[in-house]
Unconditional design. Structure first.
Length: 411
């Protein structure tokens, strides 16, 4: 075994069983170092919205690197690609007068929104509003703030007290949010963080009416509503750039990453409604926050080209088609005794929940045997989040691979 320490991994098992090394990708397929081809059921880690191997994006990156690969954006400094991308994102954001703060990825975006929510209330003369609320099963990245905010207890084990002024409520109950606000006091709560569709926690679509109700709860109690769209943003939810658009959430902030560049380079962005940004755009007010690679020039250029592809190929409509196709095709897997349930019907995301959570790791190996690259999600689930370019016939191919793997598991 070599020196690489894999994230979110049982390194003892990796050492014992070896690594799955992906050498190249094209469209919805990837190949390992021995030349075997696999249908990529997950679009990498939810991110390859336009598929793998886009020469156009490589060419854009090379050109930008020849001009200037990167430069900082602190103070009054910027690069043309960074400025253009901010304007582009503001134009598609579902909030009024949106400002854009760039990060290096999803975890950065979450902690940026968390800090900004607290600082916003400080600027409003309400510094006591600093508690943030998240939901059970929610995943908000791996920085200290996001780990404390998220609703996956296993991710917090062994770290001690990360951030005591964070609370967690049931993932599917607006009444639970109301009760927690009543317990804490609205005058002490800065923000509620909400994935429109819970992603890494297991792919859980929202119950009917839930999102509208919790949005109204936040509005009624003067609490900022932060939509975590690191997974659902940039088309994956189906038919719109953002789930916030589809569900008419009018959020105060949206955290994004992944589909912004389709993973071709690391980048994230927080989209901030004008009324939240306004106090910080007055002379003399500093927000002392940012990253070395905030607005990275080459990442910004690739993001612009990636958004061009989504528009040119109408991948928002493709995601809506995939929502219907996945819901129909993947639901057929629920007939297997080893499958507890299938969750689908909201965008190009789904999950196959195994009865025995321990089966998912065997299933990942069996899926590869049958030509599909998959991964675990939540507790005992298998993630499905293909590139938005996947055809209906490729969906059938993917589901056939799942079916064969499950049948072999049951034998």
């Amino acid at each position: 075994m070599g020196a690489l320490w894999h994230p979110f991994s049982d390194m003892g098992a990796v050492t014992q069983n070896g690594e799955f090394v992906v050498a190249r990708g094209e469209g919805v397929y990837v190949w390992d170092t021995e030349g075997r081809r696999y249908l990529d059921a997950t679009a990498g880690l939810w991110f390859a919205n336009v598929g793998h191997g886009r020469q156009e994006l490589a060419d854009v990156a090379a050109k930008q690197m020849r001009d200037i690969a990167a430069y900082y954006t602190f103070g009054d400094v910027a690069t043309p690609a960074t400025v253009e991308l901010a304007e582009r994102l503001s134009s598609i954001a579902p909030m009024k007068d949106t400002k854009v703060f760039f990060t290096s990825g999803g975890s950065d975006s979450i902690d940026t929104a968390l800090k900004l929510a607290r600082r916003y209330w400080h600027e409003q003369g309400k510094p006591e509003k600093n508690i943030v609320i998240g939901r059970e099963r929610a995943y908000h990245g791996t920085h200290v703030g996001g780990t404390a905010l998220a609703g996956i207890p296993g991710n917090r084990e062994g770290y001690g007290s990360l951030m005591p002024d964070a609370a967690t409520v049931m993932w599917d109950s607006a009444d639970a949010l109301r009760a927690e606000i009543s317990r804490i006091g609205a005058d002490k709560i800065a923000a509620f963080f909400c994935e429109p569709v819970i992603g890494a926690g297991g792919v859980y679509p929202p119950p009917d009416g839930y999102l509208a109700e919790v949005r109204n709860v936040c509005r009624d109690n003067d609490i900022l509503f932060v939509a975590d769209e690191v997974i659902t943003g940039y088309g994956r939810i189906g038919g719109a750039w953002f789930a916030s658009t589809r569900f008419d959430l009018d959020p105060d902030m949206i955290t994004t990453a992944k589909g912004l560049t389709s993973g071709y380079l690391p980048m994230g962005a927080v989209l901030i409604a004008g009324h939240v940004a306004e106090p910080f755009f007055k002379p003399g007010v500093w927000w002392r926050h940012g990253y070395t690679y905030s607005g990275h020039a080459t990442s910004a250029a690739v993001a612009l080209a990636n958004l061009d592809i989504v528009e040119r190929e109408d991948l928002l409509s493709s995601a809506a088609r995939l929502e219907s196709t996945l819901d129909k095709e993947v639901s057929s897997l629920a007939v297997h005794p080893a499958v507890a349930e299938v969750r689908s019907g909201f965008g190009a995301v789904a999950a196959v929940q195994m009865v025995d959570a321990g089966d998912v790791f065997t299933m990942i190996r069996l899926l590869r045997k049958h030509g599909v690259s998959g991964r675990a999600v939540g507790a005992g689930g298998l993630q499905i989040s293909p590139a938005l370019t996947m055809t209906d016939s490729e969906v059938s191919e993917m589901v056939a691979g799942f079916d064969e793997a499950i049948r072999e598991l049951q034998r």
